[in-house]
Write a protein that binds this ligand. Structure first.
Ligand SMILES: Cc1cc2nc3c(=O)[nH]c(=O)nc-3n(C[C@H](O)[C@H](O)[C@H](O)COP(=O)(O)OP(=O)(O)OC[C@H]3O[C@@H](n4cnc5c(N)ncnc54)[C@H](O)[C@@H]3O)c2cc1C
Length: 297
Protein backbone atom coordinates (compact mmCIF):
# COMPACT_ATOMS: atom_id res chain seq x y z
CA UNK A 1 0.00 0.00 0.00
CA UNK A 2 1.45 3.38 -1.04
CA UNK A 3 0.94 6.22 1.43
CA UNK A 4 2.69 9.54 1.94
CA UNK A 5 3.36 8.58 5.56
CA UNK A 6 3.36 5.44 7.69
CA UNK A 7 1.78 7.40 10.52
CA UNK A 8 -0.12 10.68 10.81
CA UNK A 9 -0.38 11.96 14.37
CA UNK A 10 -3.12 14.53 14.91
CA UNK A 11 -2.12 16.71 17.84
CA UNK A 12 1.33 17.83 18.96
CA UNK A 13 0.83 18.10 22.71
CA UNK A 14 2.51 15.72 25.19
CA UNK A 15 0.56 12.64 23.98
CA UNK A 16 1.04 13.20 20.24
CA UNK A 17 4.69 14.21 20.55
CA UNK A 18 5.52 11.11 22.60
CA UNK A 19 3.74 8.91 20.04
CA UNK A 20 5.55 10.67 17.17
CA UNK A 21 8.99 10.38 18.77
CA UNK A 22 8.61 6.65 19.47
CA UNK A 23 7.25 5.83 16.01
CA UNK A 24 9.87 7.92 14.17
CA UNK A 25 12.75 6.53 16.23
CA UNK A 26 11.75 3.07 15.03
CA UNK A 27 12.16 4.35 11.48
CA UNK A 28 8.58 4.98 10.41
CA UNK A 29 7.71 8.04 8.31
CA UNK A 30 5.66 10.21 10.62
CA UNK A 31 3.89 13.54 10.28
CA UNK A 32 2.62 15.38 13.38
CA UNK A 33 -0.11 17.97 12.84
CA UNK A 34 -0.49 20.57 15.55
CA UNK A 35 -2.89 23.48 15.67
CA UNK A 36 -6.13 24.39 17.41
CA UNK A 37 -7.61 23.66 20.84
CA UNK A 38 -4.91 22.68 23.30
CA UNK A 39 -5.48 21.79 26.92
CA UNK A 40 -1.80 22.30 27.69
CA UNK A 41 -1.96 25.92 26.48
CA UNK A 42 -4.68 26.53 29.06
CA UNK A 43 -2.29 25.53 31.82
CA UNK A 44 -0.83 28.70 33.41
CA UNK A 45 2.54 27.18 34.30
CA UNK A 46 3.71 23.55 34.34
CA UNK A 47 5.13 22.66 37.75
CA UNK A 48 4.67 18.91 38.00
CA UNK A 49 6.34 17.48 34.89
CA UNK A 50 9.37 15.54 36.20
CA UNK A 51 12.71 16.88 35.03
CA UNK A 52 11.96 20.59 35.49
CA UNK A 53 12.86 21.28 39.15
CA UNK A 54 11.27 24.75 39.29
CA UNK A 55 8.67 24.11 36.60
CA UNK A 56 8.62 25.28 32.99
CA UNK A 57 6.52 27.79 31.10
CA UNK A 58 4.17 26.16 28.64
CA UNK A 59 5.60 27.78 25.48
CA UNK A 60 9.14 26.66 26.35
CA UNK A 61 7.82 23.18 27.02
CA UNK A 62 6.10 23.16 23.61
CA UNK A 63 9.36 24.30 21.96
CA UNK A 64 11.23 21.42 23.58
CA UNK A 65 8.55 18.89 22.61
CA UNK A 66 8.49 20.08 19.01
CA UNK A 67 12.29 20.17 18.69
CA UNK A 68 12.36 16.58 19.92
CA UNK A 69 9.71 15.52 17.42
CA UNK A 70 11.69 17.11 14.57
CA UNK A 71 15.00 15.67 15.81
CA UNK A 72 13.47 12.18 15.88
CA UNK A 73 12.66 12.62 12.17
CA UNK A 74 8.96 13.52 12.14
CA UNK A 75 7.59 16.14 9.78
CA UNK A 76 5.87 18.77 11.91
CA UNK A 77 2.94 20.59 10.30
CA UNK A 78 1.36 23.61 12.00
CA UNK A 79 -1.99 22.82 10.43
CA UNK A 80 -5.43 22.02 11.77
CA UNK A 81 -6.75 18.64 10.65
CA UNK A 82 -10.31 19.02 9.38
CA UNK A 83 -11.09 15.39 8.53
CA UNK A 84 -9.71 11.86 8.51
CA UNK A 85 -11.43 9.43 6.15
CA UNK A 86 -10.64 6.20 4.36
CA UNK A 87 -8.63 7.11 1.24
CA UNK A 88 -9.14 5.87 -2.30
CA UNK A 89 -7.13 2.69 -1.69
CA UNK A 90 -9.58 1.93 1.14
CA UNK A 91 -6.77 0.82 3.40
CA UNK A 92 -4.90 4.09 3.86
CA UNK A 93 -6.37 7.13 5.56
CA UNK A 94 -6.82 10.47 3.84
CA UNK A 95 -6.01 13.32 6.21
CA UNK A 96 -7.28 16.71 5.11
CA UNK A 97 -6.31 19.98 6.71
CA UNK A 98 -8.36 23.11 7.11
CA UNK A 99 -6.28 24.72 4.32
CA UNK A 100 -7.24 21.92 1.91
CA UNK A 101 -3.94 19.99 1.97
CA UNK A 102 -4.43 16.24 1.73
CA UNK A 103 -1.94 13.56 2.78
CA UNK A 104 -2.37 9.82 3.06
CA UNK A 105 -1.17 7.70 5.96
CA UNK A 106 -1.34 4.00 6.73
CA UNK A 107 -2.04 4.63 10.40
CA UNK A 108 -3.51 7.56 12.31
CA UNK A 109 -2.98 8.47 15.96
CA UNK A 110 -5.61 10.82 17.39
CA UNK A 111 -3.92 12.89 20.11
CA UNK A 112 -6.23 15.84 20.56
CA UNK A 113 -7.61 15.78 24.05
CA UNK A 114 -10.07 18.62 23.63
CA UNK A 115 -11.97 17.55 20.51
CA UNK A 116 -11.86 15.01 17.71
CA UNK A 117 -14.70 15.91 15.29
CA UNK A 118 -12.30 15.34 12.38
CA UNK A 119 -12.72 11.58 12.99
CA UNK A 120 -16.45 11.64 12.29
CA UNK A 121 -16.16 10.38 8.66
CA UNK A 122 -14.58 7.16 9.96
CA UNK A 123 -17.19 5.80 12.30
CA UNK A 124 -20.49 7.62 12.01
CA UNK A 125 -20.12 9.09 15.48
CA UNK A 126 -19.87 5.77 17.37
CA UNK A 127 -16.72 7.11 19.00
CA UNK A 128 -18.46 10.09 20.56
CA UNK A 129 -20.79 10.40 23.52
CA UNK A 130 -22.96 13.23 24.73
CA UNK A 131 -23.42 14.56 28.22
CA UNK A 132 -25.89 17.03 29.68
CA UNK A 133 -24.67 20.35 31.05
CA UNK A 134 -27.82 22.08 32.29
CA UNK A 135 -29.84 22.98 29.19
CA UNK A 136 -26.91 22.28 26.95
CA UNK A 137 -25.94 18.88 25.49
CA UNK A 138 -22.21 18.55 24.87
CA UNK A 139 -20.38 16.01 22.76
CA UNK A 140 -17.05 14.51 23.73
CA UNK A 141 -14.83 11.66 22.71
CA UNK A 142 -15.96 8.39 24.32
CA UNK A 143 -13.07 7.49 26.66
CA UNK A 144 -13.93 3.77 26.31
CA UNK A 145 -13.80 3.73 22.51
CA UNK A 146 -10.12 2.73 22.41
CA UNK A 147 -8.63 -0.05 24.51
CA UNK A 148 -5.84 0.47 27.04
CA UNK A 149 -3.18 0.34 24.31
CA UNK A 150 -5.03 2.86 22.12
CA UNK A 151 -6.40 0.38 19.56
CA UNK A 152 -9.89 1.09 18.19
CA UNK A 153 -12.43 -0.92 16.18
CA UNK A 154 -11.21 1.00 13.09
CA UNK A 155 -8.12 -0.83 11.85
CA UNK A 156 -5.11 1.48 11.82
CA UNK A 157 -6.74 4.14 14.00
CA UNK A 158 -5.28 4.65 17.48
CA UNK A 159 -6.34 7.05 20.21
CA UNK A 160 -3.57 8.54 22.36
CA UNK A 161 -5.60 11.28 24.05
CA UNK A 162 -9.01 9.93 25.02
CA UNK A 163 -9.56 12.40 27.90
CA UNK A 164 -10.35 11.16 31.40
CA UNK A 165 -7.73 9.50 33.59
CA UNK A 166 -5.28 8.81 30.76
CA UNK A 167 -4.97 12.51 30.02
CA UNK A 168 -5.48 14.00 33.44
CA UNK A 169 -1.94 15.39 33.68
CA UNK A 170 0.71 16.25 31.09
CA UNK A 171 3.18 13.56 32.16
CA UNK A 172 0.44 10.91 32.18
CA UNK A 173 -0.52 11.97 28.65
CA UNK A 174 3.07 11.69 27.44
CA UNK A 175 3.31 8.21 28.96
CA UNK A 176 0.09 7.15 27.32
CA UNK A 177 1.24 8.53 23.94
CA UNK A 178 4.38 6.40 24.23
CA UNK A 179 2.35 3.35 25.17
CA UNK A 180 0.08 3.81 22.15
CA UNK A 181 3.13 4.08 19.89
CA UNK A 182 4.38 0.77 21.29
CA UNK A 183 1.03 -0.82 20.42
CA UNK A 184 1.25 0.65 16.91
CA UNK A 185 4.83 -0.57 16.45
CA UNK A 186 3.90 -4.08 17.60
CA UNK A 187 1.07 -4.11 15.03
CA UNK A 188 3.46 -2.86 12.36
CA UNK A 189 6.03 -5.54 13.19
CA UNK A 190 3.36 -8.28 13.10
CA UNK A 191 2.32 -7.01 9.68
CA UNK A 192 5.96 -7.21 8.58
CA UNK A 193 5.94 -10.90 9.52
CA UNK A 194 7.37 -10.96 13.04
CA UNK A 195 5.70 -13.57 15.27
CA UNK A 196 3.78 -12.44 18.36
CA UNK A 197 6.68 -13.26 20.69
CA UNK A 198 8.88 -10.76 18.80
CA UNK A 199 6.29 -8.11 18.05
CA UNK A 200 7.13 -5.75 20.93
CA UNK A 201 9.92 -3.26 20.32
CA UNK A 202 12.04 -2.04 23.23
CA UNK A 203 13.49 1.40 22.57
CA UNK A 204 16.45 0.99 24.94
CA UNK A 205 20.01 2.24 24.65
CA UNK A 206 22.52 0.03 26.42
CA UNK A 207 26.23 0.24 27.16
CA UNK A 208 28.41 -1.78 24.80
CA UNK A 209 30.20 -3.22 27.87
CA UNK A 210 27.00 -5.20 28.57
CA UNK A 211 27.32 -6.94 25.22
CA UNK A 212 29.66 -9.65 26.41
CA UNK A 213 29.94 -13.42 26.50
CA UNK A 214 27.69 -15.42 24.24
CA UNK A 215 25.42 -12.42 23.57
CA UNK A 216 28.26 -10.64 21.79
CA UNK A 217 27.92 -13.21 19.04
CA UNK A 218 25.34 -12.53 16.29
CA UNK A 219 24.77 -16.26 15.88
CA UNK A 220 23.57 -16.49 19.47
CA UNK A 221 20.93 -13.83 18.72
CA UNK A 222 19.93 -15.62 15.50
CA UNK A 223 19.47 -18.81 17.49
CA UNK A 224 17.40 -16.97 20.09
CA UNK A 225 15.28 -15.37 17.36
CA UNK A 226 14.56 -18.76 15.77
CA UNK A 227 13.51 -20.17 19.14
CA UNK A 228 10.75 -17.50 19.32
CA UNK A 229 9.21 -18.47 15.98
CA UNK A 230 6.42 -21.06 16.17
CA UNK A 231 6.69 -23.98 13.74
CA UNK A 232 3.47 -23.06 11.97
CA UNK A 233 4.39 -19.37 11.53
CA UNK A 234 2.99 -18.44 8.11
CA UNK A 235 6.04 -16.60 6.71
CA UNK A 236 8.47 -17.90 4.06
CA UNK A 237 12.02 -18.89 5.04
CA UNK A 238 13.47 -16.08 2.90
CA UNK A 239 11.29 -13.46 4.51
CA UNK A 240 12.08 -14.82 7.95
CA UNK A 241 15.81 -14.66 7.20
CA UNK A 242 15.45 -10.94 6.26
CA UNK A 243 13.48 -10.21 9.42
CA UNK A 244 16.02 -12.09 11.53
CA UNK A 245 18.94 -10.07 10.16
CA UNK A 246 17.06 -6.78 10.54
CA UNK A 247 16.21 -7.69 14.13
CA UNK A 248 19.77 -8.69 15.03
CA UNK A 249 21.07 -5.43 13.43
CA UNK A 250 18.61 -3.43 15.45
CA UNK A 251 19.65 -5.15 18.68
CA UNK A 252 23.35 -4.52 18.06
CA UNK A 253 22.68 -0.88 17.08
CA UNK A 254 21.14 -0.34 20.52
CA UNK A 255 24.53 -0.80 22.22
CA UNK A 256 26.64 2.34 22.59
CA UNK A 257 30.37 2.54 23.21
CA UNK A 258 31.57 4.83 26.01
CA UNK A 259 32.73 7.42 23.46
CA UNK A 260 29.32 7.33 21.73
CA UNK A 261 27.66 7.87 25.13
CA UNK A 262 29.92 10.88 25.77
CA UNK A 263 29.26 12.36 22.31
CA UNK A 264 25.53 11.99 22.81
CA UNK A 265 25.66 13.51 26.27
CA UNK A 266 27.45 16.58 24.90
CA UNK A 267 25.15 16.89 21.93
CA UNK A 268 22.11 16.47 24.15
CA UNK A 269 23.17 19.44 26.28
CA UNK A 270 24.04 21.52 23.23
CA UNK A 271 20.60 20.90 21.72
CA UNK A 272 18.95 21.91 24.98
CA UNK A 273 20.89 25.18 25.09
CA UNK A 274 20.20 25.81 21.39
CA UNK A 275 16.48 25.28 21.91
CA UNK A 276 16.28 27.43 25.02
CA UNK A 277 18.58 30.06 23.52
CA UNK A 278 21.92 30.90 25.18
CA UNK A 279 20.78 34.50 25.80
CA UNK A 280 17.75 33.33 27.76
CA UNK A 281 19.90 31.08 29.89
CA UNK A 282 22.34 33.89 30.68
CA UNK A 283 19.51 36.37 31.27
CA UNK A 284 17.98 33.99 33.80
CA UNK A 285 21.08 34.23 36.00
CA UNK A 286 22.37 37.43 37.51
CA UNK A 287 26.03 38.38 37.03
CA UNK A 288 26.97 37.33 40.53
CA UNK A 289 25.69 33.77 40.04
CA UNK A 290 27.40 33.49 36.65
CA UNK A 291 30.68 34.64 38.23
CA UNK A 292 30.13 32.12 41.02
CA UNK A 293 29.65 29.27 38.54
CA UNK A 294 32.76 30.29 36.62
CA UNK A 295 34.74 30.50 39.88
CA UNK A 296 35.62 34.18 39.23
CA UNK A 297 36.18 36.80 41.94
C1 LIG B 1 -6.69 24.86 32.76
C2 LIG B 1 -5.81 23.64 32.73
C3 LIG B 1 -4.68 23.59 33.54
C4 LIG B 1 -3.87 22.45 33.55
N1 LIG B 1 -2.78 22.42 34.37
C5 LIG B 1 -1.97 21.33 34.38
C6 LIG B 1 -0.83 21.30 35.19
O1 LIG B 1 -0.51 22.26 35.91
N2 LIG B 1 -0.05 20.17 35.16
C7 LIG B 1 -0.36 19.08 34.39
O2 LIG B 1 0.37 18.10 34.40
N3 LIG B 1 -1.45 19.10 33.60
C8 LIG B 1 -2.28 20.20 33.57
N4 LIG B 1 -3.38 20.21 32.77
C9 LIG B 1 -3.69 19.00 31.98
C10 LIG B 1 -2.81 18.92 30.74
O3 LIG B 1 -2.92 20.10 30.00
C11 LIG B 1 -3.24 17.71 29.91
O4 LIG B 1 -3.20 16.56 30.71
C12 LIG B 1 -2.31 17.49 28.72
O5 LIG B 1 -1.99 18.70 28.08
C13 LIG B 1 -2.96 16.56 27.73
O6 LIG B 1 -2.03 16.37 26.67
P1 LIG B 1 -2.55 15.93 25.24
O7 LIG B 1 -1.37 15.82 24.35
O8 LIG B 1 -3.41 14.75 25.40
O9 LIG B 1 -3.55 17.10 24.76
P2 LIG B 1 -3.28 18.64 24.52
O10 LIG B 1 -2.34 19.22 25.50
O11 LIG B 1 -4.66 19.25 24.44
O12 LIG B 1 -2.60 18.69 23.11
C14 LIG B 1 -3.34 18.47 21.94
C15 LIG B 1 -2.66 19.20 20.80
O13 LIG B 1 -3.41 18.93 19.60
C16 LIG B 1 -3.57 20.12 18.83
N5 LIG B 1 -4.80 19.95 18.08
C17 LIG B 1 -6.09 19.96 18.53
N6 LIG B 1 -6.96 19.73 17.53
C18 LIG B 1 -6.20 19.58 16.40
C19 LIG B 1 -6.52 19.33 15.03
N7 LIG B 1 -7.79 19.17 14.63
N8 LIG B 1 -5.50 19.28 14.14
C20 LIG B 1 -4.22 19.43 14.53
N9 LIG B 1 -3.86 19.63 15.82
C21 LIG B 1 -4.85 19.72 16.74
C22 LIG B 1 -3.60 21.23 19.87
O14 LIG B 1 -3.14 22.46 19.32
C23 LIG B 1 -2.66 20.71 20.96
O15 LIG B 1 -1.33 21.19 20.80
C24 LIG B 1 -4.18 21.35 32.73
C25 LIG B 1 -5.29 21.40 31.88
C26 LIG B 1 -6.09 22.52 31.88
C27 LIG B 1 -7.28 22.56 30.96
Amino acid sequence: MESDYDVAVVGGGPAGCAAGVFAARYGLDVVVFDRGPSSLRRCAFLENYPGFPAGVDVETFYDLLHEHVAEAGCALASELVASVARGDSDSAFAVETQDGRRVTATRVVAATREAAPYLRPLDEGAMFETSDHGDEERERFDPDYADAGGQTPVEGLYVAAPAGELNAQAVVSAGHGARVARTLLADYRREQGYPDALADHWDWRRRAAELDGEWGDRDRWREWFDAQVPEDHPVSEDRLADLREADVDRRFDAYLTESAVEERAERGLERLVETLGPERILDAMDDERIRGYLGAE
